[in-house]
Design a protein around this ligand. Structure first.
Ligand code: NDP
Length: 257
């Protein structure tokens, strides 16, 4: 390390192509725009109709942006779309961000909700990553970043399928990291704390839950999608080339308490 130039190179994504799932809004949108600001071209994967705003934001940062229309409730469609993308583009970074949550008592969870949450949050994540990791391995470098959760560590309340999916994402991150590290691919995860997005609207609409959660956060506030951008750029960039299988908690201190 000799100077400032070297430090900025560590966090530069210039010349890289990053794929982000679920970038229409919330955390995925902030991460996609953050990666573009760091120099990456983007492939946005999800429901195309909802991604036009983010695509325009990437274009305004003078980066290339392509939107690929996939419904991630269908893991085979996710796998096939990723295989097509891998044939057309050299993807250096994947952020598996798309995720859904259902809120229901353990005694009332339906098989449909169970399957839908697991398909979007886990199974599509795995098969999409698998297809994009193969060419990364052939090139000898790549970054896979999974969006985990505090419910990768805790059970939560009325969110059993979601907690199962996010515990599995943490385990899968480590399993994939072990096998892919020898190929120059770093697999890591980001576990956001309580972030003000559509995903947590129901909690913020419940005054008791909102107050109880806010009081337990050492930072004294909920996070915003912008709070996740630094972690995403770090795990996408050369700065994290010796970080493997880590779940980086960005939670205002919730897990430390
Ligand atoms: P949002 O609900 O704001 O956004 C979810 C994103 O996922 C949207 O882009 C949505 O696309 C996409 N998506 C959902 N279902 C599908 C599907 N079937 N096919 C394709 N895309 C889909 O959520 P957040 O930004 O809050 O969450 C992003 C990630 O962060 C998730 O994995 C979530 O579990 C995780 N997380 C969030 C926390 C929080 O406090 N907000 C805390 C911990 C983890 P569309 O607009 O088309 O519906």
């Amino acid at each position: 390390m000799t100077g400032v130039e070297d430090v900025s190179r560590l966090f530069s994504l210039s010349g890289r192509t990053a794929l982000v799932t679920g970038a229409s809004r919330g955390i995925g949108r902030a991460m996609a725009l953050g990666l573009a600001a760091a120099g990456a071209d983007l492939v946005l994967v999800g429901r195309a109709a909802s991604h036009q705003d983010t695509a325009a934001g990437v274009a305004a940062l003078h980066r290339d942006c392509r939107v690929v229309d996939v419904d991630l409730t269908d893991p085979l469609a996710a796998r096939d779309a990723a295989a097509d993308i891998a044939r057309d583009s050299s993807v250096d970074v994947v952020i598996n961000n798309a995720g859904i949550i259902t809120r229901d008592d353990v005694l009332s969870v339906t098989p449909q909700d169970w399957t839908r949450v697991l398909d979007v949050n886990l199974t599509s994540l795995f098969f999409l990553s698998q297809q994009l990791a193969a060419p990364m391995a052939a090139r000898g470098h790549g970054k896979l970043i999974n969006v985990a959760s505090l419910l990768s560590f805790q059970g939560g309340i009325r969110v059993a399928p979601y907690a199962v999916s996010k515990h599995a994402v943490a385990g899968l991150t480590r399993a994939m990291a072990n096998e892919l590290a020898p190929h120059g691919i770093q697999v890591n995860a980001i576990a956001p704390g309580y972030i003000a997005t559509d995903n947590t609207q129901a909690l913020r609409d419940d005054p008791d839950r909102f107050t109880a959660i806010t009081e337990r956060i050492p930072a004294g506030r909920w996070g915003t999608p912008a709070d996740l951008v630094g972690a995403a750029v770090f795990l996408a960039a050369p700065a994290s080339d010796y970080v493997n299988g880590h779940v980086l908690v960005v939670d205002g201190g919730w897990m430390a308490r």
